[in-house]
Design a protein. Sequence first.
Length: 94
Amino acid sequence: MLLEVIKPGEVVSCRLSTGEELVGTLKSESAESVELSKPLIVGRSESGFGLMPYMMTVSPESIVKISLEHIMTLAKTNEEITKGYQKQTSDIIT
């Protein structure tokens, strides 16, 4: 089985041991932790799902460090969600 290589700067999805799913830009990965830039949490509503700030009390531009003991899965985010994430986190106004 081949594992997909994930490089810093790519948009990734991360499932935490609490059940939360995050989408963010991978900044770095070590033997102890993963750092995500502009992390958003996936939330559900009656109309589907959306992306919301992971931490409401920090700057949206923050980089968060998450211990690997709390990460169950890390993978590249699919193209459709990546586009939505990039649109929501971009500084460019369209």
